[in-house]
Structures are given as C-alpha cells and as structure tokens.
Design a protein around this ligand. Structure first.
Ligand SMILES: [Fe+2]
Length: 247
C-alpha cells in the first residue's frame, strides 16, 4: 500500500530585484509568509511552478528566493514560467544537467513511489521535443502520474488571461495527453486564480499567486483580491485530493 504523498504548489511569486514591488504590490513578504505557513505543515515536496521572477529572471532574484528557502524544512523543485530565465534558474539553483535540454527545464521526479512530471512552457508553448519526451514517459507505465505545467493547456473561462496570455499550442498538447488515462490531474499557475476545469476527463487545476488574483470576468486586467494563495495536493491510494488555501 502506498503512503500518502503531500505536495504544496506555490506559484507566480513575481519577485523583483532589490525588493521592488510588482504592479504596486509587495511581493517578498507574502512569499515569506506563505513559506512560514507551509513550514508548519507536513509536506513531502514544495513545487514552485513558475514566474518566480517579476519580469526578467535576474540571478539576484533567484539567489534571494534560494536564500528564503534555505531553512524551509522540505525539499522543493523549481519550474520555469514566462517571466523566468531558465539559464539563470539552472545556475543559481544548481539544477541537475539531466533536467535541462536545449535550454528548456523539463524533468521527472519520483517521490514516495509516485511519478511527477514537470514541463517548461516559458516560451508560451510546450515544445515538440518536450511532447515527445512526455509521450515516452507516459508509455513507460500505467501508474497514475501528476503533471505540472506553468501555463494551463486550455482556455479556462478567464477573460483577460484567455484572450491575451493563453498557451499557444493547446491542441498539440492534448494530442499527447488524451491517450493516457494515467494522467487525470494537471497542475498549473500563470492565470492568478483558483479554478478547476475538466477536459477529456482530466482535471486542470489553476493555483492562485502569492501576490494577487485576477478577476476572471473582466476583459481588462483587474485584481480580484490580494490574498496570497497556494494549493495542497494529497495523493492517496484511492486517488488525488486537492484544494486551495489562502493566508
Ligand atoms: Fe506566467
């Protein structure tokens, strides 16, 4: 019998250089407050699912985040979002060479006998090479896996983000995903909101940012609220349970 696997997903921290604000909002302290709240839980893994950096992925930003995580009591992985710089992420976090290929950060981890797959959508696409890798990974085993992508691989009913900032090769991604029932949960950031959308029997979970959440009804950029959020993912014998929490 498999033991429970508990993951926390934190996303879109948008940390700037020298503690600058992002869209006029504090970013460093909310992230530190979220880490403090998560440190008091029992986790197996923390996933930082992209847009760690505010605009550009400067090394000093990643160094600050790494320092903030130095005393965090659980292991973590970092992913690339569209505001990140993969080379700088790799350098500062000393990522294994195997996790990088042609400047993209995509990789797998096995934790408590469960497989987790992480893709790189920082170019607003999941490149062909990653889709081939994903297909190979999924063909290897029928066991359930969890998939993490910074961009949700579909339009989500969030007007501002869907219209301007959606993933650009959604159909190509689904051509790979559809034949594989072992993926039934996909965890994303980027949209700054809490939502679950089901497509082809797979649940795509959007996780709120640590900085601000975007009004999903407005065609223009509008902040719904600024409570920092995160997602808890519990992988138990009977399946996956997931929910969002806010500070
Ligand atoms: Fe993003």
């Amino acid at each position: 019998m498999l033991n429970e696997l508990v993951i926390a997903q934190v996303t879109d921290m948008h940390i700037g250089p020298s503690n600058t604000k992002f869209r006029g909002l504090e970013v460093c302290q909310p992230f530190l407050d979220v880490l403090q709240a998560l440190a008091e839980k029992h986790l197996d893994l923390l996933v930082l699912s992209g847009d760690l950096a505010a605009v550009e992925g400067d090394p000093e930003i990643y160094a600050w985040i790494k320092q903030a995580l130095a005393t965090f009591p659980y292991p973590y992985v970092v992913m690339a979002g569209n505001h990140d710089h993969v080379g700088n992420l790799a350098k500062v976090f000393e990522l294994p060479d195997d996790d990088l290929s042609q400047g993209m950060l995509y990789f797998s981890r096995t934790v408590k006998e469960r497989r987790l797959l992480f893709l790189d959508s920082s170019s607003y696409r999941v490149a062909k090479q990653q889709l081939e890798w994903l297909s190979t990974q999924l063909a290897e085993s029928d066991e359930p896996v969890l998939l993490f992508i910074h961009h949700p691989p579909l339009k989500c009913g969030c007007r501002f983000m869907d219209d301007r900032y959606a993933l650009q090769n959604i159909d190509e991604v689904w051509q790979v995903l559809v034949p594989f029932p072992q993926i039934s949960h996909i965890f994303c950031g980027h949209y700054h909101t809490e939502k679950t959308v089901i497509k082809n029997g797979k649940s795509v979970h959007l996780t709120p940012s640590t900085v601000f959440q975007i009004d999903t009804e407005s065609p223009d950029f509008a902040i719904e609220h600024t409570k920092p959020g995160w997602r808890i993912i519990s992988f138990i014998e009977s399946g996956v349970q997931t929910y969002v929490e806010y500070l």
